[in-house]
Design a protein around this ligand. Structure first.
Ligand code: GUN
Ligand code: ZN
Length: 453
């Protein structure tokens, strides 16, 4: 029997068409007093509040007032094991990996620690309005189990995979070609498609894999082409030079993946800043996605990704925090950084474009756009409700707004987790004040637990 229908009232902004291809007002429908009808964890309808109330008089109503209802944010590249070392000072990529990242990732051989961080991480995501993520794990299979078990507890659609490395990493943090294949296959068969879990084949990046390991993972992907594959590509110039030295027979960085069967639809390439024209052409032709990680690219000093150029040339582009190389868990903050990097590359991205990248764009990069990242009826009801006047500074600018884009842009540029009024995962409210009698504010309990508060 169908569960009771729930009608969420508030402002609704439905960016139904890619705003890089049509004007923002054609790409989106804004209802000042709108509604989203939810049942059985899915979106059933979106429209004016009065119309949906009249059509569904039996629905339970939750009124979010002036709150702006959007699809939950989708973070298409992150490293949950780096949660506790986010904002570590003063290094560039390779030094940063050796100094901060690898010692921390070593700790994930302990399943209790892995689960503690997985819980803390997903709590933090929800408190920032992010309802789905594609995350790297560590080389330890336990780290994959931890994030998928935590995601199941949270009800979240999470993409994750065992990070494979068989060279240029410390003792205790290396597998080999055979065990990378076997462990990834076992985890994939255990988790891929179970509930809301998606398994991603995950070579960390070419410098930490031998050709044998890349070959093995390419073979695994050929057996399971519906899985995504996530890795890093051309993040820093010295990394690109290192790859050229490690792979003398390959024509460029992308070829180190392509030659081993790791370039096909469903490939998600983090950063992708320092690309040749040939690499750009091949990425597009093979239907891979480029993942823009703007807070990371500025924080680790990697470079400026040109979003408008990538989209104009037909690339699929997702937006991501790259926690903990990125300096924030927040997709609001990430949109602000994407805007600033856009300015530095000569394109002021419109708020519609920023919001689309943080929802539908990332979902497309993960090939999950039929399930998440939009308000399309039939989609999973993963939703965020934004308070567009969450602090005095944001509120006073919001008060001058003359349209929805001016109303939301101050929150994109200056908002943080205080702007997250409510969050729904699979139709269930997991954060925010419920207006029903008998419900009180539900703060995700696990952050407090894991910090011993
Ligand atoms: N390249 C290889 N591993 C990593 C990582 O963990 N973070 C970032 N930003 N780049 C990488
Ligand atoms: Zn990364």
């Amino acid at each position: 029997m169908s569960e009771t229908q729930t009608l969420l009232l508030g402002q609704v902004l439905d960016i139904h068409t890619n705003p890089f291809t049509v004007a923002s007002d054609e790409a989106a429908a804004h209802e000042r007093r709108g509604a989203v009808l939810v049942a059985d964890g899915r979106i059933l309808a979106v429209g004016p509040a009065d119309t949906l109330r009249a059509a569904h008089p039996g629905a339970r109503v939750i009124d979010h007032g002036e709150g702006l209802i959007l699809p939950g944010f989708v973070d298409s590249h992150a490293h949950y094991p780096q949660t506790a070392i986010i904002a570590s000072w003063g290094k560039r990529l390779i030094d940063w990996l050796n100094t901060y990242t690898f010692p921390e990732e070593m700790r994930f051989s302990d399943p209790t620690y892995a689960r503690e961080i997985a819980d803390r991480y997903l709590d933090l995501l929800l408190s920032h309005g992010t309802t789905s993520v594609a995350s790297f794990c560590t080389i330890h299979p336990e780290s994959v189990t931890a994030i998928f078990e935590s995601a199941a507890t949270h009800g979240m659609a999470v993409v994750a995979g065992k990070t494979c490395m068989d060279r240029n990493a410390p003792d205790g943090l290396r597998d080999d070609a055979r065990s990378a294949f076997d462990d990834s296959k076992t985890l994939l068969e255990r988790w891929h498609g179970v509930g809301r879990a998606t398994y991603a084949i995950t070579p960390r990046f070419s410098p930490t894999s031998t050709q044998e390991q890349l070959e093995a993972l390419g073979a695994l992907w050929a057996e399971h082409p519906d899985c995504p594959m996530q890795t890093h590509l051309s993040e820093q110039t010295d990394e690109v030079e290192w790859v050229a030295a490690l792979y003398p027979g390959k024509k460029d960085y992308l070829d180190t993946y392509e030659a081993h069967g790791l370039l096909r639809p469903g490939g998600m390439f983090g950063h992708a800043i320092w690309l040749t024209n040939s690499e750009r052409d091949r990425l597009r032709e093979h239907g891979a996605a480029l993942i823009h990680c703007p807070t990371s690219n500025t924080f680790i000093g990697s470079g400026l990704f040109d979003t408008a150029r990538a989209i104009a040339e037909g690339q699929t582009v997702g937006l991501a925090t790259d926690t903990g190389g990125g300096s924030s868990f927040s997709m609001l903050h990430t949109m602000a950084a994407a805007y600033e990097v856009g300015q530095l590359t000569g394109n002021a991205l419109h708020p519609a474009q920023l919001l689309w990248l943080a929802t539908t764009g990332s979902a497309c990069a993960m090939r999950l756009q039929d399930r998440i990242g939009t308000l399309r009826p039939g989609s999973d009801a993963d939703l965020v409700v934004l308070d567009l006047a969450s602090t005095p500074a944001v509120a006073q600018r919001h008060a001058r707004a003359t349209d929805i884009w001016e109303a939301v842009f101050p929150t994109i540029m200056m908002g943080d987790d205080r702007a997250i009024q409510s969050v729904y995962v699979g139709g269930r409210q997991v954060l925010g004040p419920a207006t029903d009698p008998g419900h009180s504010r539900q703060v995700p309990p696990l952050i407090a637990d894991s910090l011993g508060l």
